[in-house]
Write a protein that binds this ligand. Structure first.
Ligand code: AMP
Length: 133
């Protein structure tokens, strides 16, 4: 059982900002910036790939409204959505979550290092992914 399941069950407190039948949103306890919020499904899936279509749809349905609420409350006009899957990809809590991370004028927010490579073998790669869908 992860710490987020305990938050869903009310065993551990959180600073809740939204809840419905399928999802819960609350403030991140270690914010990268003011307003850093987490959205989680109530379904206890570890990664996005393990999430049901319905649970994913419930997250997607609330995300734009949650982003607007974080923007309205903090005054930010830019923000990143981050969703880590697997320890190698920086996931620490093994329960699906989307970070909403405001980027403020003082520079606080998500620090990104983006190193684009060339797209090799595109057609066979696209075909392999398409065939796996
Ligand atoms: P990740 O690296 O994507 O797994 O991020 C996990 C996030 O969960 C981190 O940003 C933590 O600060 C946050 N977190 C861990 N425990 C709690 C908690 N009890 N309440 C709120 N946020 C938490």
């Amino acid at each position: 059982m992860t710490i987020f399941s305990k938050i869903i069950d009310g065993e551990i407190p959180c600073h809740r900002v939204y809840e419905d039948e399928h999802v819960l949103a609350f403030l991140d306890i270690g914010p990268l910036s003011r307003g850093h919020t987490l959205l989680i499904p109530k379904m206890p899936a570890a990664t996005m790939a393990e999430l049901s279509d319905d649970a994913a749809a419930a997250m997607g349905r609330v995300l734009p409204r949650l982003c607007r609420a974080v923007m309205a409350a903090t005054g930010c006009t830019a923000y990143n959505l981050l969703q880590n899957n697997g320890a190698a990809a920086h996931q620490e809590v093994m329960h699906v979550h989307v970070h909403i991370i405001p980027k403020h004028d003082d520079g606080t927010g998500l620090d990104l290092t983006w190193r684009p490579d060339t797209l090799d073998d595109a057609q066979s790669l696209a075909t392999a992914i398409a065939n796996a869908m």
